[in-house]
Design a protein around this ligand. Sequence first.
Ligand SMILES: Nc1ncnc2c1ncn2[C@@H]1O[C@H](COP(=O)(O)OP(=O)(O)O)[C@@H](O)[C@H]1O
Ligand SMILES: [Mg+2]
Length: 439
Amino acid sequence: MGIGGSTSLEARADGLVNVLVVGSGGREHALCWSLAQSGQLGELSCAPGNAGTAELATNLPIGPEDSDDLVRVAVERRVGLVMVGPEAALAAGLVDRLRERGIPAFGPTAAAARIESSKAWTKELLQRIRVPTARADVVTTLHEARRSLARCSYPVVLKADGLAAGKGVTVAGDADEAEAALDELFVARMVGPAADTVLVEEFLAGRELSVLAFCDGERLALMPPARDYKAAHDGDRGPNTGGMGAYSRPGFASPELMRQVRSQILEPVVAEMAARGHPFVGALYAGLMITPDGPKVLEFNCRFGDPETQVIVPLLESDLLGVAQAVVNGRLDETSVRWRPGSACGVVLASAGYPGPHPLGRPIIGLDGAERDALVFHAGTARTPDGNLVTAGGRVLTVVGVGDQLSEARARAYRAVEAVRFEGRHCRSDIAADESYGD
Ligand SMILES: Nc1ncnc2c1ncn2[C@@H]1O[C@H](COP(=O)(O)OP(=O)(O)O)[C@@H](O)[C@H]1O
Ligand SMILES: [Mg+2]
């Protein structure tokens, strides 16, 4: 899995590596923050970035789906490594475009990104190699879907096949809810062509766990496991969001469980993708349900999670730039990826009304105080012409506490949260709270 001989053309004479991070969320700020600690880093750029990445990188006003412009600036700026955050850019083939020009890119090709961009494709792959996952029927019409529902028991899970920005999955408690979900998918077309194909999937009970791994096409280095919180309000109530918080490491993710995840799930999937001619290169993210019968796959993502990345990257002891280069050069075995012991807890501060309509341009104060206790990663932030920090999106900041114990990490995060002020600031108060109940 090399990236070809053209790499050396891009290299700087001083051996430093210019890096471009693609995306604008807390995930990308966390990646920039980690890359900035590398002694090998040359110039760091972020496209389009946010007010947080602007402190560490040159922000370039180019969106993640503008692959022509991204390739052009990568060549112009003699970029030796591109790290791509958002899944839509990966599914659209940004990494393919970059590699065609000899630019090393951390992330899967469009063909390998299907592990996220087609749940039906992935279900077939998992079933073929007998990786534990929820049983599912793959259907393409309302009629077929109803026939499948007639045979199933409730609750049942209905999933749009394609990318749907977290809006393609419904857990239906009864036949009426299932019918309403089918109507949204097939008739109202709420997620468009992502629901041309739909999965009618067995409901799995258990605890959810996210396991990410660096992957060089053949070999894997697991990251510390994480849990994320998608619902807007405490107690997992309210609408689904991009993510309201996360922590690492959950107590129930024992070393034995992690060994099982590696040998029964990640290794066979990576081997099968390579065997099918589209090896996975980048960060592979397994969304798992830990059931009484062991871990089972709910889905895969083809990139770092947000906000999981904000709680994983602070635990990385190795140089992220070195690890990412080992990944793209197919040399992950030569690099041992080391992690610090301990835990990290990340709390997302959102704008009032998020994930619905929300105001923008609200002044943000108190970051200096927060940064005494915690890491503050920006997402929807911007600077006014006179340099003041203001809100510029639904998710505004991820505040991350790190500590030897999760309780300590959590206390630091929430202490720092108290220091940050902006009008309508909303966050969950129960991130990592259930750990203390003896999980
Ligand atoms: N088979 C299943 N059984 C129980 N819950 C599920 C199942 N599949 C998905 N879910 C729930 O729905 C959420 C979203 O599903 P997922 O497959 O991760 O899709 P996406 O992240 O693309 O929206 C999961 O995090 C989980 O809470
Ligand atoms: Mg998911």
